[in-house]
Design a protein around this ligand. Structure first.
Ligand code: AMP
Length: 288
């Protein structure tokens, strides 16, 4: 496995591999890798990638001024060990200056689907995400890209971007990988103390309860969201949103008639967690 820092070298490796008949898979991340990220690597292989690049870049553009850019975990040596063991071919870990050299002044912006949910609480966040991912796609070139549906809105936004801009990228989304007790794996879970981690389980409890109500036939959005919200309200310090939305457009809905997602963002202390379930598709099993 090679750790690549320079965009030009990364492009060269991918171009060369494709000329030799390889299918390139890309898994964009900010590092601090966990089993959720590694599942994306496996999925890239299942989707036929013969060369897999994991990109690791804590992208300053997607953090707001009062967010956790400074303290976001940076664990490249540990990440490299995990990637190598998983059969990753290349890690692309560019320096900030090679992604955003002096004079950098372009932006990729998707409208509509970025303006709800996270878009309300993290202004500019998705512009940072789409800009960096467009750059990564530009560097790596034609490829199969794997994203987690843990960041459900991000997945919707990036799919929109790829379609709108005719990028030569085959997009695949992966279900959320959870701990056995239901907590969605997240690099930000390492901010949680033991007691905060126990409180954080309220999100998966709330989402599970909403799924169960849906399975019993409940279709009213206000009822489903209040079922999801109750345990979260009891355990978290603040809730940004618990919302039911159309699973494709992310437009708010009042009655579930089609594919719908319940998305949550809430804070414990300084830690902000997000999670979601697509009703009728996702399951959060009860801990054994
Ligand atoms: P990040 O953790 O922000 O670096 O995310 C990198 C990629 O990993 C994104 O596509 C995320 O959606 C995905 N990801 C993060 N956590 C999980 C998880 N628990 N299950 C599946 N995918 C995940």
């Amino acid at each position: 496995m090679e750790i690549v820092h320079e965009p030009s070298r990364m492009r060269e490796l991918c171009d060369h591999a494709r000329r030799e008949g390889a299918r390139v898979g890309i898994v964009p991340t900010m590092g601090a890798l966990h089993a959720g990220h590694l599942a994306l690597v496996d999925e890239a292989r299942r989707r036929g990638a013969t060369k897999v690049v994991v990109t690791i870049f804590v992208n300053p553009l997607q953090f707001g001024p009062n967010e956790d850019f400074g303290r976001y975990p940076r664990t490249l040596p540990e990440d490299a060990v995990l990637c190598e063991a998983r059969g990753v071919d290349w890690i692309f870990a560019p320096a900030r200056e090679s992604m955003y050299p002096d004079g950098f002044s372009s932006q990729v912006r998707v409208s509509g689907v970025t303006e709800v949910l996270e878009g309300v609480f993290r202004p500019g966040h998705f512009d940072g995400v789409t800009t960096v991912v467009a750059k990564l796609f530009g560097i790596v070139g034609q490829s199969v890209a794997i994203f987690g549906r843990k960041d459900y809105q991000q997945w919707c936004v990036l799919r929109r971007m790829v379609r709108d801009l005719d990028l030569p990228i085959e997009m695949h989304g992966m279900p959320t990988v959870r701990e056995v007790d239901g907590l969605a794996l997240s690099s930000r879970n390492r901010y949680l103390s033991e007691s905060e981690r126990a409180r954080a389980l309220a999100i998966s409890r709330g989402l599970r309860a909403a799924c169960e109500a849906f399975e019993r036939g409940e279709r009213d959005a206000a009822t489903l969201t209040s079922i999801a919200r109750a345990p979260i309200e009891a355990s978290f310090d603040a809730i940004d949103y618990v919302a039911l939305a159309d699973a494709d457009s992310l437009a708010p809905i009042t009655l579930v008639e089609d594919r719908a997602v319940i998305a949550v963002a809430a804070r414990i202390g300084k830690t902000r967690l997000i999670d979601n379930v697509v009703l009728s598709e996702d399951r959060i099993p009860l801990p054994a």
